[in-house]
Design a binder for this molecule. Structure first.
Ligand code: NG1
Length: 455
């Protein structure tokens, strides 16, 4: 947890004339199971962590929002608050704040919202798959609510705010789902949560008494505002084409009136299909491993350009076509794993839960192609070091793994991962890791309360 007196002192140094600030806190999160499925409306199983982003904020007499952070990569920024806020260049950190402010100003129909002075501080590792960006969005949203004189609860529920912010965060260019904003707002101390999106709800899922979850940072940065953004968006965009092709197949099998707004409608919509029925629909829709744009166009009776305009934009077509069969398979198998993992957690079966985490990593790596050599190596080392379940967590392409480790073996786990990954593998692959980086790269994480006001 951030040091609040220190944050307030930093606020006063940055804005000496401002009134006493209020502090808003939003935790990071670690996803235990259910990766790259939230944007299709399929359930996920994350938990909040004891790392957070805090913002100290106080109102201004004008409409300007001033932002500062103690970290050098986050230079001070300023913008005029309103319902239409022009984005800063891609990759600028203030876009996360602008996303929240624009979303809330539009929601409440406020034309001339007041300004705020904001000081940010946090200890969620950045670009590590632990959702530092959504934590910043949520913390800024709580600050914005204060400026608008609105209260979390009476004026907007946590569920409404999570839904609104999932849309609002698309301002930064990602086509993400709603997992991060939901767990950050709905998470509870001491438990993980199964999040369902139809409708949005969070169900407490107990964590295991004699085990701990450990995050290990691969130290490969996966900034979703940079190169990883294109790679990340490949998932949601491919799934839009999958949805269209599966909808067509469902119409052939069940009638022309069938419409799928999301892939999740296969399970939750009027069809209410079983997993076996979804599997056979996918088999029929994707007979081959790959589907070319021409083939998709023929199946959908549309021009290739119309498919691009409707769903996939500039998504590059790989040689031989889009690997839709494997991408769709991941959606189905990950859905089954989330369901099974919840049941196993309720019965305290850590070994079974860990097995599902291992299977999820294989599916993320092979069927969804969101892993990288460093993550695969870190997962392999963690399993040798005593983890009973290891997988990448979050968007992938770098960032952290999550590991389920018997509490009594944590020291051995830490020592082995430190030696084999951080002191051997990384130097051999020319990835820098000094002692202080190493110290903050293996984190025991435990679930903390969802976002809220600290003062
Ligand atoms: P992170 O790890 O925070 O970049 C992203 C998406 C999630 C989800 C995961 C993959 C955003 C804000 N977050 O998370 O919605 O799709 O990837 O499971 O886009």
């Amino acid at each position: 947890m951030e040091n609040i007196p220190r944050l307030k002192a930093a606020f006063r140094r940055a804005y000496p004339d401002a009134p006493e600030p209020v502090v808003c806190r939003a935790p990071g999160r670690i996803n235990l199971l259910g990766e790259h499925v939230d944007y299709n409306g399929l359930p996920v199983l994350p938990m909040t962590i004891d790392r957070d982003i805090c913002v100290a904020c106080a109102p201004r007499n004008d409409h300007r929002v001033r932002l500062s952070d103690r970290e050098p990569p986050f230079p001070p920024a300023e913008f005029v608050n309103g319902p239409d806020i022009a984005p800063s260049p891609a990759g600028s950190w203030e876009n996360y704040c602008k996303a929240a402010f624009q979303g809330l100003n539009r929601h409440f129909g406020v034309e001339n919202p007041p300004g705020l002075d904001i000081r940010v501080s946090g200890d969620v590792p950045i670009a590590a798959g632990l959702s530092s960006s959504s934590a910043l969005v949520v913390a800024c949203a709580l600050a914005c609510l204060k400026a608008l004189d609105k209260s979390l609860g009476p004026d907007i529920s946590r569920i409404e705010l999570a839904t609104l912010l999932a849309d609002a965060e698309q301002y930064v260019g990602t086509r993400g789902g709603g997992m991060d904003q939901a767990i950050i707002l709905l998470g509870e101390e001491g438990d993980a949560c199964k999040i369902d999106f139809h409708p949005l709800r969070a169900e407490k899922v107990p964590v295991f008494d004699e085990y701990v979850f450990v995050a290990c940072n691969s130290l490969v940065k996966a900034e979703k505002t940079g190169a990883a953004l294109t790679r990340y968006n490949e998932g949601p965009l491919s799934c839009r084409l999958i949805r269209a092709l599966v909808e067509k197949q469902a119409q052939t099998e069940f009638g022309d009136e069938i419409e799928l707004a999301h892939l999740a409608d296969l399970w939750y919509g009027p069809l209410c299909l079983t997993n076996a029925e979804v599997a056979s629909l996918f088999d029929a829709a994707f007979e081959k491993d790959t589907t070319t744009l021409e083939e998709a166009a023929a199946a959908l009776d549309m021009a290739p350009q119309a498919i691009r305009d409707a769903w996939i934009g500039e998504l590059p077509e790989p040689e031989g076509g889009f690997p839709l069969r494997a991408r769709a398979r991941h959606q189905l198998t990950e859905f089954k794993r989330v369901d099974a993992a919840r049941d196993l957690a309720l019965t305290g079966d850590a070994i079974g839960f860990g097995r599902l985490m291992n299977e999820s990593h294989a599916s993320c790596a092979q069927d969804y192609a969101v892993s990288c050599p460093e993550l695969d190596e870190l997962v392999a080392i963690a399993r040798r070091a005593g983890s009973i379940g290891s997988r990448l967590t979050g968007a992938g392409f770098g960032g952290c793994t999550v590991n389920l480790v018997p509490a009594k073996d944590v020291d051995r786990f830490r020592a082995t991962v430190e030696r084999q990954y951080y002191r051997t593998y990384l130097p051999a692959h020319r990835i820098p890791c000094d002692e202080s980086t190493l110290e903050s790269s293996i984190l025991l994480v435990r679930p903390t309360p969802g976002a809220g006001y600290l003062s």
